[in-house]
Design a protein around this ligand. Structure first.
Ligand SMILES: [Zn+2]
Length: 98
């Protein structure tokens, strides 16, 4: 391997590592894509109710794309046995309030 190629490879690995460190990603429960965590909504299910993450227990993430997709929200509300309209409103409010 040429020296320049080695340097490029080395720099490439460093860039890759630092990108991962700066922006941790989480998998969206709906589309299963890995997305930057800070752009996602963290939720948990407690006593059959979906809430924002309370600091303990099992949690999951939803990306904004899925929150904007009514079909996906409908599917999720079925999965969690939530009322679609209430669940949808809850998510939209979450996004609006950051
Ligand atoms: Zn998603």
């Amino acid at each position: 391997m040429e020296l320049q190629q080695r340097v490029n490879l080395f720099l490439g690995i460093i860039t890759m590592n630092s990108t991962i460190k700066k922006k941790p990603t989480r998998m969206c429960i709906s589309c299963r894509q890995k997305i930057v965590r800070i752009t996602m909504v963290r939720l948990q299910q407690k006593e059959n109710k979906i809430l924002t993450y309370q600091g303990s227990g099992r949690s999951f993430y939803l990306c904004h794309k899925c929150i904007d997709d009514e079909k996906k929200i409908r599917r999720l509300s079925k999965r969690f046995k939530e009322d679609f309209r209430q669940f949808n409103k809850f998510l939209k409010e979450l996004v609006e309030n950051g």
